[in-house]
Write a protein that binds this ligand. Structure first.
Ligand code: C2E
Ligand code: MG
Ligand code: MG
Length: 625
C-alpha cells in the first residue's frame, strides 16, 4: 500500500521481491505514476520476474573479482546472485558486524549512510582478504548499491602503470578514485537498465507494455479523432516452443513484432508486446473498410511467415479490434477498452475461417457462457456428465451395420448440450485432451461389454482433437493405452479433422504414419471442407475419408453430381475407403451407392443414440447362424 501511495504522489516505485500468485516465483512490481497537467492522476504497474531483475542488477566486474548488489535500508540484500551468496552475505550490516576487526564500527557507518541516504567508502579485512567497498544510494526507494572489490585487484591494476615512475605512494589514492569511477559506471548502468526494463520489452527490444499504456493514454487524451485498439495473438503458440524450441519461439515473436511494426508504421500508430504471444496496437481510425483491408493484409502476412526451414508450424493469428468512441478516456479507462479488444479476439480464437472480429456488446454474453463452461468442465468430467452417443455406419451396398462413430454429449443440469457448444472451447483451453481420453476409454469399455454380452463388436471411430497431434508423446501414449484397454487395434479408429492437415502437414504426416505403422486406422473427417484437400493426399496416406455433408447440398445438379462422383472415384483409386456423412434421404443413399461409395452415416439410418439404443441395433445386426 505504501508503494501505491508513493506512486500516486508522483514517485516511480519498484517493490521488493514478492511471491507471484500463479506460480509462486518471486517477482518485482514496477509502479509508474501517470501525470495529467503535471499532476499525478493514476499509476501503471507491471510485473517482472525477479530472476531477470537480479540478472541485470547484480553484476561482476574486473574479471569477476568485484561484484555489486542492492541492499535495503536494513542491510538485507535485495537481489542476491550466486556471487553474493558465495560471499556469504545475506544482510550486509550483519556481515560487517561479524568481522573480527572493527566490525561494529563498520556496521554502524553503513547503517548511518543508509539512514541518511549518503555514500560510504569502506576498507576491511574479511575472511577472504582485504576488501574495498563503496556504498551509494541508487535513487530508487531507499535502496543502495554496494560494490565490493579485493584490494589487490585495484593495486595490481594500477601497479603495472605506476611501477618505476616513483609515484607508488599515490597508488592507494588513485586506485580508490578508479574504483569509485568504476562504481559510478556500474550504478549508472544499473539504473539505466532498471528503467529499460520498465520501458523496453526485453524480447523484442521494442516498446514495453507499460510504455504502450502511457503513450496510448497520452495520445488518446491529447490528439483528436477516432481510434482503434487491437489485440493479437497466435493460435496455440506454445506449441512452437514445445514442438520446436524456445529459441525458435523467441525468434518467431521477434519476427512478428517486426512485421507488426512495419505494418503499423503510420504516424501515431503504436505497437507493443503485452505478454507471451499477445501483441497490442493503437491505430488512428481512418475508416472501417480501410481498416478491414489492412487487417486482411496483416493476416495474410502472418499466415505466410515461416517459423523454420521445414515450415513445420503455420502461424494463425486471432485479432480483436475495439473501435473507440470520441474522447474514449472520458468515462472509461484504457484497460477497459483493451479488455474489449481481448474479448473480441477470444471470440475468433481457434476459428480458422474468421481471423479477426470487431467488438460488440453481445460478445460479453458469449464470453460469460464460455467462462461458465470452463468453470464446470472439470467437475463435469469427474461426475461423468459426458455421455457417449453412437451413430451407426452402414455399407452403401446393402445397408448392413458396419461400424459406429462415438459422439459426445454433455448432460449439464438436466439439459443436453451438443458438442458444437463446448468442443471449440475445450480446444482453446486444452481440456479436450482429457475429454477425448475419457471418450476413448469408455468406448473400449463398451466394446468389452458387447463381447461379454456375446455380441460381435463393430469398429468404432472416435474424434481426436488437433491438440493431440501436436503432442510429440501422443503416439506412444495412445498405443500403450490401446494395448491395455483393447487388444484389437482395428476396433478403434481415429478421426482427424481435415483442417489440421492443412495447418501443419509435415508434423501431422509423421504422427499419422507412425500410428498407421502400429496398425491404427486413420480417417480424415470433414473431408472436402478445406481448400486444398486433394493436394494434401499426396503427402499423407490414410485409410479412409469421410466426406462432409456439404457435398450433398445440390445433389441432382450436374456440377454437384460430377464433383461427388469424381471425388469418390479418386479416393477409391487411392485405396481409401469412402464414407459419406449427413445422409438423410433414400434418394441420397441410392445415388451414393451408384457412385461406389463404401459407407454411409446419417439420420437416414440412425441419429446418434445412447449406448443402450445402439447396443440393441448391434444385437439386431448380429450374423445369424
Ligand atoms: P463430426 O465428427 O463431423 O460428426 C458428425 C456430426 O454430424 C455429428 O454432430 C452428427 O450428429 C451430425 N450428423 C450425423 N448425421 C447427420 C445427418 O444426417 N444430418 C445432419 N444434419 N447432421 C448429422 P455432433 O454430434 O453435434 O458433433 C459435432 C462435432 O463435434 C463432430 O463432428 C466432432 O468434430 C465433434 N465431436 C463430437 N464428439 C467429439 C469427441 O468426443 N471429441 C472430439 N475431439 N470432438 C468431438
Ligand atoms: Mg467425426
Ligand atoms: Mg465429420
Amino acid at each position: 500500500a505504501g508503494l501505491w501511495r508513493a506512486s500516486l504522489e508522483g514517485q516511480e516505485q519498484i517493490s521488493d521481491p514478492l511471491r507471484d500468485c500463479p506460480d509462486g516465483k518471486p517477482v518485482n512490481l514496477y509502479i509508474v505514476p501517470m501525470f495529467k497537467d503535471g499532476n499525478p492522476v493514476g499509476a501503471l504497474f507491471s510485473v517482472m520476474p525477479h530472476d531477470d531483475f537480479s540478472r541485470h542488477l547484480v553484476m561482476t566486474f574486473w574479471q569477476d573479482e568485484g561484484f555489486s548488489f542492492l541492499i535495503k535500508k536494513d542491510g538485507s540484500v535485495i537481489a542476491p546472485s550466486r556471487r553474493v551468496e558465495a560471499a556469504g552475505i545475506v544482510n550486509y550490516i550483519a556481515t560487517l558486524a561479524a568481522l573480527p576487526q572493527a566490525g561494529h564500527t563498520l556496521a554502524a557507518r553503513v547503517q548511518q549512510a543508509l539512514d541518511s541516504g549518503s555514500t560510504a567508502f569502506l576498507q576491511y579485512y574479511s575472511l577472504s582478504g582485504n576488501r574495498y567497498a563503496y556504498l551509494m544510494p541508487v535513487g530508487i526507494n531507499d535502496w543502495s548499491l554496494v560494490s565490493v572489490l579485493p584490494a589487490y585487484m585495484t593495486e595490481d591494476h594500477l601497479r603495472s602503470v605506476m611501477l618505476g615512475t616513483g609515484m607508488l605512494g599515490a597508488v592507494q589514492i588513485l586506485c580508490i578514485l578508479a574504483f569509485i569511477w568504476h562504481i559510478n559506471r556500474v550504478q549508472y548502468n544499473a539504473s539505466t537498465r532498471l528503467w529499460q526494463q520498465v520501458y523496453v520489452d526485453t524480447l523484442t527490444e521494442g516498446c514495453s507494455y507499460t510504455r504502450f499504456l502511457m503513450k496510448a493514454s497520452e495520445q488518446l487524451s491529447e490528439l483528436p479523432g477516432r481510434w482503434a485498439l487491437m489485440s493479437l495473438d497466435i493460435d496455440n503458440f506454445k506449441l512452437v516452443n514445445s514442438i520446436l524450441d524456445q529459441e525458435t519461439g523467441n525468434a518467431t515473436l521477434l519476427k512478428l513484432y517486426r512485421l507488426l511494426r512495419a505494418w503499423a508504421g503510420r504516424p501515431h500508430e503504436l505497437v507493443a508486446r503485452h505478454t507471451g504471444d499477445v501483441f497490442v496496437a493503437l491505430l488512428p481510425l481512418t475508416g472501417e473498410r480501410q481498416l478491414e483491408q489492412r487487417l486482411d493484409e496483416l493476416c495474410n502476412q502472418i499466415l505466410h511467415t515461416r517459423v523454420d526451414e521445414n515450415d513445420s508450424y503455420r502461424l494463425v493469428p486471432s485479432i480483436g479490434i475495439c473501435l473507440l468512441p470520441e474522447n474514449p478516456l472520458q468515462d472509461s479507462s484504457l484497460e477497459t477498452w483493451l479488455d474489449k479488444s481481448t474479448l473480441a479476439r477470444r471470440t475468433v480464437k481457434g476459428n480458422h475461417e474468421q481471423l479477426y472480429a470487431f467488438f460488440d456488446e453481445s460478445m460479453e454474453s458469449i464470453i460469460r457462457y464460455r467462462k461458465n463452461i470452463e468453470n464446470d468442465m472439470v467437475s463435469a468430467l469427474a461426475r461423468e456428465e459426458f455421455e457417449i452417443y453412437y451413430q451407426s455406419k452402414h455399407a452403401a451396398s446393402d445397408g448392413r451395420l458396419v461400424g459406429a462413430e462415438a459422439l459426445v454429449r454433455w448432460q449439464r443440469n438436466g439439459v443436453q448440450v451438443p458438442p458444437g457448444d463446448f468442443i471449440a472451447e475445450f480446444e482453446r483451453n486444452g481440456f479436450i485432451v482429457n475429454l477425448d481420453r475419457y471418450v476413448f476409454l469408455h468406448v473400449c469399455r463398451q466394446i468389452r461389454e458387447w463381447r461379454k454380452a456375446g455380441l460381435e463388436p463393430v469398429p468404432v471411430s472416435v474424434n481426436i482433437s488437433r491438440l493431440h497431434l501436436y503432442d510429440p508423446g501422443f503416439v506412444e501414449r495412445y498405443i500403450r493405452m490401446l494395448d491395455v484397454a483393447e487388444k484389437d487395434r482395428k476396433l478403434l479408429q481415429l478421426e482427424i479433422t481435415e483442417s489440421v492437415l492443412l495447418e501443419n502437414a509435415s508434423l501431422i504426416k509423421d504422427t499419422v504414419s507412425r500410428l498407421r505403422a502400429q496398425g491404427v486406422t486413420i480417417l480424415i473427417d470433414d473431408f472436402g471442407t478445406g481448400y486444398s484437400a486433394m493436394s494434401m493426399l499426396k503427402e499423407i496416406k490414410v485409410d479412409g475419408v469421410k466426406l462432409d455433408k456439404s457435398f450433398l447440398v445440390g445433389i441432382g445438379s450436374p456440377r454437384t453430381d460430377t464433383l461427388l462422383r469424381s471425388t469418390i472415384s479418386m479416393c477409391r483409386s487411392l485405396d481409401m475407403e469412402v464414407t459419406v456423412e449427413g445422409v438423410e434421404t433414400a434418394h441420397e443413399v441410392a445415388f451414393l451407392r451408384s457412385l461406389g461409395c463404401d459407407t454411409i452415416q446419417g439420420y437416414y439410418f440412425s441419429r446418434p443414440s445412447p449406448a443402450a439404443v445402439f447396443t440393441a441395433m448391434l444385437q439386431e445386426a448380429q450374423p445369424h447362424d
